[in-house]
Design a protein around this ligand. Structure first.
Ligand code: PPS
Length: 284
């Protein structure tokens, strides 16, 4: 449990990946205008966006995506292990973070770095996160889904509250060079999502380049790609017999686990928590 800013108290982070110092490093990071920062709450489409941006910069050539692990292509800003990679890398850098806005606000102030925020239906996030807790040894045992869901709704899971994360970043979209997209939109129409994204990145691609990207970042293709499916991580850290990182890759999987009582309760909490957000969500 790390306390890194006055406005951001007592949030749990996986201890072997994060230290007080690595969080401080993130908070004081010197962004370059050529940086692209992927921002997500966990289980919202992080790895998918890492793969897409890798493929956009290679104009659809799958070689980097197939030969370099995603965490080396788009290192996590806040994780202890990546400080040296980030310090050494030259622009244009691709960087990933799960940190809330408040922590990076001052580092990003006035920066033209591109911020790409991916949001996902929090019900599906909760289910994906629950399964991930079962396989990831650096996260606590989730116990029952009921218990996990209560913690998720209260924001006491690792990385804090989904509601605060989404609101924190999107309510400051006008202060940033910001692109917002949802997991659902990407799943519904990947081609149109890629075209929109390339517009934001000012990186127009040829139709055949877009087709190659689409092929290589499909769920089935990523599930087979050892550079993104986390099978390179030893079983002491991720137990692939408990769940898979590339698990289902669909929308609405929450219906398999939520009872109707849990669903109604979640809807009430969502409505209350999102009162101060102007975002409109289309989840399905
Ligand atoms: S993490 O641990 O925060 O980096 O996880 P993250 O990558 O954000 O989220 C993992 C979920 O994203 C799904 N995924 C995809 N869905 C559709 N298409 C593609 N290409 C894709 N790649 C990853 C992955 O399966 C996890 O969701 P669930 O619901 O568990 O399947």
């Amino acid at each position: 449990r790390l306390d890194i800013t006055e406005s951001f108290h007592q949030t749990d982070f996986p201890g072997h990946l994060h230290t007080q110092e690595s969080l401080r490093f993130a908070q004081e990071f010197e962004f370059q205008d050529s940086d692209t920062l992927i921002v997500t709450y966990p289980k919202s489409g992080t790895t998918w966006m890492q793969e897409i941006l890798t493929l956009v910069s290679s104009r659809g050539d799958p070689t980097p995506a197939k030969t370099i692990p995603n965490w080396a292509r788009a290192p996590w800003l806040e994780q202890y292990y990546f400080r040296d990679i980030l310090r050494a890398s030259q622009g244009p850098r691709l960087i990933t973070t799960h940190l809330p806005y408040e922590v990076l606000a001052s580092a990003l102030r006035g920066s033209k770095a591109k911020v790409i925020y991916v949001a996902r239906n929090p019900k599906d996030v909760a289910v994906s996160y629950y399964h991930f807790h079962k396989m990831a040894k650096f996260l606590p045992d989730p116990n029952t889904f009921e218990e996990f869901l209560d913690n998720f709704m209260e924001g006491t899971v690792h990385y804090g509250s989904w509601f605060d994360h989404v609101k924190g970043w999107t309510n400051h979209r006008n202060d940033l060079n910001f692109f917002y997209i949802t997991y659902e939109e990407m799943l519904h129409n990947l081609r149109a999502s890629l075209e929109k994204l390339c517009g934001f990145l000012q990186c127009p691609l040829l139709p055949e380049e877009l087709t190659n990207i689409q092929r290589h970042c499909s769920f089935n293709s990523m599930k087979e790609n050892n550079m993104v499916n986390y099978t390179l991580i030893p079983s002491e850290i991720m137990d692939h017999s408990k769940s898979q990182f590339m698990r289902k890759g669909k929308t609405g999987d929450w219906k398999e686990l939520f009872s109707s009582k849990q669903n109604n309760h979640f809807d009430d909490i969502f409505e209350e928590e999102m009162l101060d957000s102007e975002l409109e969500f289309i989840w399905e």
